[in-house]
Design a protein around this ligand. Structure first.
Ligand code: ASP
Ligand code: MG
Length: 449
């Protein structure tokens, strides 16, 4: 079997959904399972409803939901079974409106927020199932929530792997065996008590991977609006090229520090089984895309040492200098406990004898972190920074790459340098304004344009 996941832009309107149906018609023999995101922009629009509930009137709320339904209706009009799909979407929207009205004037609680934002996927999957039926495919809409069991960390719930495996097999395999194509939702799940949850923004890729692992997929396809993973962000480097292949580790680096093509956790469930991920463009399905597969395979291909250069803006560097760190133990633990207590994610870390530098992206909870770190030593921060990462399996084995990298960077100043334990990335920090230029110079160095 295969899993084919379609992102928001690949279900954005009637044309996109018809293209999806045509793509799946070409795959019907492969026992496919279809996972979809919400239509582009709908998740953001649903999130924005939360503030209408808080500060707006009932009329405003009704109008806002009406607009969302209108976008779905415009697609349904072009589908043979569209009216039936819309009946369900409308009923869902009624129930949603009723529960949001009951919460009028206050902030939504995390479970209410997850219930709200999960509707985009529930609705888009109805339309996709109808479009596929209209294209003559035997498609069946499936509610993923009872299958995608998670904990109750609303907004970024963690899936329960073993439960998902058995439930996915029990619920989905009988359909596949009958030659039916299940059409289901990415991003959403539910607690064991059936309270709706979400896996975090961009989580549909993760859903596809979890289902692919549970069902022993031959591959997991991620359909999007770019040709695949690229040697650099094409908005920064217009000559950037599509990669034909990448390893799981490389893809994870790119997902964390680069383009948002793939959710960073996507490869995780697939690594053990060695199931490949293929990133494809739903507007140009004839292209081969990028295949992401086990590192061993790639090393044998003897590709270029560098796979891509990525960058991420909006970074803050935190420096902690503490002479008492010298020759003692427990210092790093004390430091990281501060970050853990405030749930602040640390991206890049570099450590010397008496100082540590690290980077964070989210500044919202930084103030108490810095206050508590000051008990450990002298603390200062630098904001408006960018992380630049040069990534490739070849970094592990090719001597002299570091000098090539750092020769290409000046006149920009390099601030924090780190080579990951897997030794497939060389990562450093520069001023945000220097970022694009540094990426271009590195691309020139390693890809010649
Ligand atoms: N619709 C969700 C989001 O916008 C999940 C996804 O697209 O993967 O984050
Ligand atoms: Mg996505």
């Amino acid at each position: 079997m295969i899993v084919s996941k379609f992102g928001g832009t690949s279900v954005a309107d009637a044309d996109a959904i018809h293209r999806l149906a045509a793509i799946m018609a070409g795959r019907a023999e492969e026992r496919p399972l279809v996972v979809v995101s919400a239509m582009a922009g709908i998740t953001d629009a649903l999130l924005a409803l939360a503030s209408v509930v808080h500060g707006g009137s009932r009329d405003e709320l009704e109008t806002a939901i009406g607009e969302l339904i209108g976008r779905h209706e415009a697609v349904a009009m072009s589908l043979a079974d569209g009216e039936m799909a819309m009946a369900t979407v409308r009923a869902d929207a009624e129930a949603l409106l009723a529960s949001l009205t009951a919460a009028a004037g206050r902030r939504l609680r995390p479970p209410e927020l997850d219930y709200l934002v999960g509707h985009g996927e529930l609705w888009s999957s109805r339309l996709v199932a109808a479009a596929m039926a209209g294209a003559g495919l035997r498609a069946a809409w499936v509610d993923i929530r009872p299958i995608m069991v998670t904990d109750d960390r609303f907004g970024r719930a963690t899936p329960c792997g073993h439960l998902i495996n058995t439930r996915a097999r029990d619920c989905l395999e009988p359909l596949l065996d009958e030659g039916i194509i299940p059409v289901t939702q990415g991003f959403i799940g539910a607690t064991p008590d059936a309270v709706p949850t979400t896996l975090g923004r961009g989580g549909s890729d993760f859903t596809a991977a979890l289902l692919g692992a549970a069902l022993g997929a031959a591959r997991v396809e991620i359909w999007t609006d770019v040709d695949g993973l690229m040697t650099a962000d094409p908005r920064i480097v217009p000559t950037a090229r599509t990669l034909s292949a990448a390893s799981y580790d490389e893809a994870a680096e790119l997902a964390t520090f680069g383009a948002k093509v793939l959710h960073p956790a996507t490869a995780m469930p697939l690594v053990r089984e060695g199931i490949p991920i293929v990133v494809l463009n739903s507007r140009r399905p004839e292209l081969a895309g990028t295949i992401i597969e086990p590192a061993a395979e790639l090393e044998r291909m003897g590709d270029s040492p560098i796979r891509f250069i990525s960058s991420k803006r909006g970074i803050t560097v935190i420096n902690v200098r503490a002479p008492r760190m010298l020759g003692t133990y427990g210092f790093l633990r004390a430091m990281f406990e501060v970050f853990e207590r405030h749930e602040v994610v640390v991206d890049v870390l570099a450590s010397g004898e008496v100082s540590v530098s690290l980077t964070v992206e989210d500044r919202s909870r930084l103030e108490p972190v810095i206050r508590e770190l000051s008990d450990l030593g002298e603390v200062w921060t630098e904001d408006r920074r960018a992380i630049v990462s040069v990534v490739g399996i070849g970094l592990r084995t090719t001597p002299g790459l570091a000098s090539r990298i750092f020769r290409a960077v000046p006149p920009a100043n390099v601030e924090v340098i780190s080579q990951g334990a897997s030794a497939i990335n060389m990562t450093f920090v520069v001023r945000e304004d220097d970022g694009p230029d540094v990426v271009r110079r590195l691309h020139q160095e390693f890809f010649g344009d």
